[in-house]
Design a protein around this ligand. Sequence first.
Ligand code: NAD
Length: 261
Amino acid sequence: MRVNGKVALITGGAGGIGAETARVLAREGAQVVIADLADDAGAEIAAEIRATYLRHDVSSEPQWQEVVGKVAARHGKIDVLVNAAGIEGDLKNAGLETSLAEWRRVMAVNLDGTFLGCRTVLPKMLEKGAGSIVNISSIVSFFATPTALSYGASKAAVEQLTRSIAQLGGADDGKRVRCNSVHPGVIKTRMTDNILSEFAKLSGVSPEQAEAAVNANILFKCRGQPSDVASLILFLASDESAYITGSAFQVDGGWHLVSAG
Ligand code: NAD
């Protein structure tokens, strides 16, 4: 029971990484609130792990006030915030031809959503004197992404935002609100299934060939599982990581070793 008694709010909690994180945190004793736009999947996972599901568009400032108000009213506190909601954007509109509308759409979810989450929840955590915020960035925050301009920029900004939020965590007043970023590589979820199938279509290859090409750039030669990421998030949510803040953690099966070369 590594997060026993903690209250955890997980955005994107109906998706691949978010749902697995919800399961793992619930199994380890947390009271979990899943926030997402995907009502059916969110309600299903909430029922499975006896969590609460709240419909929530992370790009909406009023909805953040509403959701955090509901969690505070029901549980009296938020110990853990996992900002996992994210979109990959339209892959056909992602290189130099990226429209301003598409750029803003991706930023609204990936960056505005994370910023609003940190800005709304951090004061609640400071009131209690402790908390852990885990922002899901991406391994691509460290690399050029010429075929995914808005996605790469949004995730690099999340990494930088994380360091600033960590500095605002009340340490000078003896408080410990921590904030860290997690950088997954290629994890098997709806998002990478879609990227692979789009990549296959755009390059005129089969989905199997597309998967093989992606796997060749990963040291471990396969996509990771959502549980590989969830176990890192669990560590960062728990008091086991009490002395860790403002740090960036890669979970990518060695993707950065091969692709950086
Ligand atoms: P996913 O598509 O399975 O899950 C994303 C979830 O976010 C979905 O449930 C979706 O409904 C929700 N969402 C989308 N827009 C939202 C909004 N405006 N408000 C609230 N919820 C919204 O994808 P995933 O792979 O589980 O991705 C989770 C996070 O991990 C994302 O931030 C993604 O960018 C990041 N990430 C994923 C990978 C990977 O390989 N899968 C790699 C690096 C980073």
